[in-house]
Ligand binder design. Structure first.
Ligand code: NAD
Ligand code: IPM
Ligand code: MN
Length: 371
């Protein structure tokens, strides 16, 4: 069995804590002979800055380019607030996304039955929720130029960020959304603000044109992004696939996370284009949450978003959708057994830490594999 090349980038804060549970899971998968891995590790974020004075070194980038899949923890923290802007921890993540051309960010928001009571919404609004947010990840205001702060010399400064989208960028992310909808509930909602932004106007136009180019079997709706935010907390189950730009996707996925019980529950996959010859695509898997400085170092972080990100890697990069399903089921059953980290704790549940939760998932995964 050819070994899959994995790069582990634990990062900062709770990143290394949740990555510890990934190592446990990967070791189990190898020990069972299910897959074999060639695992590399490196620094990213503040941890990289402390050693190299950059948020990711060229050496780590080379490993990232060589990997079949990257597993990323989280970056950032108040201790790096004063570092130069280009070296801030988040810059490491942005460099990975841009240089590996990971334009398609899949953020599934699933409310596991056992967690309906942990959501901030009424259980009946979120029970059975299964949304896929498709966020454009390499364009928009995150990367548009100019991006500057200028001193106007009169005690005023001017900050400029630029939202830029080209037709091809919108077209390719729309195709990802339509393809995903076909294996789900066949519905795509596209979100922009065409009422105030030229990029919203183009977004709407291109998504409509791409839809006509062979995807008319999929139902397409357009919604203004602010209204979509409202609908997400009013009646979230109306959505199947949501496709939107980089910034709206960032905001809306954090909103969607609370429908599932916690930000600590949301995994993600960031994918590049498929190579037409080899069929390979660059891919990075990471939880949607950040480094959670408020709980870092205590061993209480929820590792489920990170472990569910490994499930996405099994499905999209490692050719084992069967193992991905089993791992997702293991997560669901551990929750059904009543195990909860602090972020999803409700009265009567069994409160566990990061390591106990990780252990329980691996044990359940083993039981399900044997069944
Ligand atoms: P955050 O996601 O780190 O935390 C928000 C809240 O959610 C906190 O109360 C935190 O304790 C809680 N939380 C998050 N993940 C959790 C988990 N797995 N288990 C339990 N609780 C969890 O967002 P923030 O506080 O706004 O940002 C902190 C830092 O993280 C910033 O530097 C930010 O830039 C960075 N960040 C990084 C990423 C990433 O690396 N992908 C994503 C978001 C934010
Ligand atoms: C995310 C994060 C990142 C983003 C930050 C850390 C750069 O919030 O992955 O959602 O804004 O994309
Ligand atoms: Mn975010």
């Amino acid at each position: 069995m050819a070994a899959h090349k994995l790069l582990l980038l634990p990062g900062d804060g709770i990143g290394p804590e949740v990555m510890g549970e990934v190592r446990r899971l990967l070791a189990f998968i190898e020990q069972k002979g299910l897959l074999s891995f060639e695992i590399e590790e490196d620094l990213v974020g503040g941890a990289a800055y402390d050693v190299h004075k950059v948020a990711i070194s060229d050496g780590a980038m080379a490993k990232a380019h060589a990997a079949d899949a990257i597993l990323f923890g989280a970056v950032g923290g108040p201790q790096w607030d004063g570092v130069p802007y280009d070296a801030r921890p988040e810059a490491g993540l942005l460099r990975l996304r841009k240089e590996l051309m990971l334009f398609a960010n899949l953020r599934p928001a699933i409310c596991y039955p056992a967690l309906a009571a942990s959501s901030s919404l009424k259980p009946e609004l979120v029970e059975g929720l299964d949304i896929m947010i498709v966020r454009e990840l390499t364009g928009g205001v995150y990367f548009g130029e100019p991006k500057t702060i200028t001193d106007l010399g009169n005690g005023q400064k001017r900050a400029i960020d630029t939202q830029v989208y080209d037709t091809y960028e919108i077209d390719r992310i729309a195709r990802v959304a339509f393809d995903l909808a076909r294996v789900r509930r066949n519905r795509v909602t596209s979100a922009e603000k065409r009422n105030v932004m030229k990029s919203g106007l183009l977004w709407n136009e291109v998504v409509t044109a791409t839809h006509k180019d062979g995807f008319e079997d999929v139902t397409l709706d357009h919604m203004l992004a602010d209204a979509l935010g409202m609908q997400l907390v009013r009646a979230p189950k109306q959505f199947d696939v949501i496709v939107t730009d980089n910034l709206f996707g960032d905001l809306l996925s954090d909103v969607a996370s609370m429908l599932t019980g916690s930000l600590g529950m949301l995994p993600s996959a960031s994918l590049g284009a498929e190579d037409p010859v080899t069929g390979k695509r660059a891919a990075m898997y990471e939880p949607v949450h950040g480094s959670a400085p408020d709980i870092a170092g205590k061993g209480v972080a929820n590792p489920l978003a990170m472990l569910a990100s490994v499930a996405m890697a099994l499905k999209y990069s490692l050719g084992r959708p069967d193992l991905a399903d089993t791992l997702d089921k293991a997560i669901s059953e551990v929750l059904a057994d009543g195990l909860r980290t602090g972020d999803i704790y409700t009265d009567g549940a069994t409160r566990v830490g990061t390591a106990e939760m990780g252990q329980a998932v691996v044990a359940k995964f083993e039981t399900l594999l044997a069944a």
